[in-house]
Design a protein around this ligand. Structure first.
Ligand SMILES: O=C(O)CCC(=O)C(=O)O
Length: 287
């Protein structure tokens, strides 16, 4: 039997107070708490069942039959699928903006239809902010707009389907997006809407925002993936169950991962975007 060796390097960084480091859970949307996350007052919030079964089934069907659907098989043999692109992992900013223009309408159509959809939820938040004198808009670069979101389905796996990582620092330092306003938001947050997840696939969330020394020592430069799980031993960790219909947002400066999904053939499919406050009057989002 293998025993686990202590990792030679333990992550160091900012550890947060109990007031901040928690995931608020609500059975209804509560846009004020969503703003609290963006303001750095609380680490995350999850709205349970915000997408009704008919809406998420329709999006799920649209996703799996979409001409935008991409597929990549990981070294573990698990397949990831997606529609739409991620600014951070795009080969260049121009490429991302061209693709955003090309895919924006298709991505929106994929999520549109009757009921409370990802688009109408974003409109609800837009109205909530507008009532408080704040504008919610797509992130821009030289007048060109980002894509609103992308959809992603993570393959089943025995190991975390997303390894422990933090996005905020990587995005701020990514050279290919130098000068983009997304690098200036005060708290970089991940926002997700889950359209299917059979079992497993919990969000694992650690109470640490790694410092530069840790990032360098563990080889994290602009590619944010892969803190060894052992390097997090002893760090407080929350496990947030993610179910179909849930809508959630959390601060990406803290290390997080997605736990293994059930191997029985189900999928964990989410609508993903990033969001942050550019200044007191403007909040932006992008994929
Ligand atoms: O799917 C999730 O719950 C988390 C996604 C995530 O960590 C990421 O996209 O960086």
């Amino acid at each position: 039997m293998r025993t686990s060796e202590p990792h030679p390097f333990r992550i160091t960084g900012q550890v947060h107070s109990v007031d901040y480091f928690r995931f608020v859970e609500r059975d209804e949307t509560d846009w004020q708490v969503w703003t609290d996350v963006l303001r750095g007052e609380v680490a995350g919030v999850i709205f349970r069942g915000a997408l009704t079964p008919d809406v998420r089934d329709r999006i799920r069907r649209n996703f799996w039959s979409s001409p935008l659907l991409g597929r990549r098989v990981q070294s573990s043999g698990a397949a990831d699928h997606w529609c739409g692109n991620h600014l951070f992992s795009a080969p260049s900013l121009d490429w991302y903006l061209d693709e955003a223009d090309r895919a924006r309408t298709d991505l929106e159509t994929l999520c549109a239809g009757p009921g409370r959809t990802p688009l109408t939820l974003l409109d609800e938040y837009r109205d909530h902010l507008a009532d408080r004198g704040v504008r919610l808009r797509l992130a821009e670069y030289r007048g060109r707009r980002a894509a609103p979101f992308r959809l992603r389905s993570l393959g089943q796996n025995d190991t975390p389907v997303l390894a422990p990582h933090d996005d905020a620092e990587s995005i701020r330092r990514a050279r290919h997006i130098d000068g983009c306003e997304v690098q200036r938001v005060s708290r970089l947050c991940n926002a997700l809407m889950c359209v299917e997840n059979d079992s497993g696939g919990e969000l694992l969330y650690w109470n640490i925002s790694p410092d530069r020394e840790s990032r360098a020592a563990l080889g994290m430069s602009t590619d944010s993936y892969g803190y060894p799980i052992e390097s997090l031993s002893g760090v407080e960790q929350l496990t947030v169950p993610i179910r179909a219909g849930d809508v959630y947002i959390f601060d990406t400066a803290n290390v997080h991962a997605v736990a293994p999904c059930d191997r029985a053939g189900g999928h964990r499919t989410t609508i993903n975007f990033l969001m942050g406050r550019l200044d007191d009057d403007t909040t932006v989002y992008w994929s």
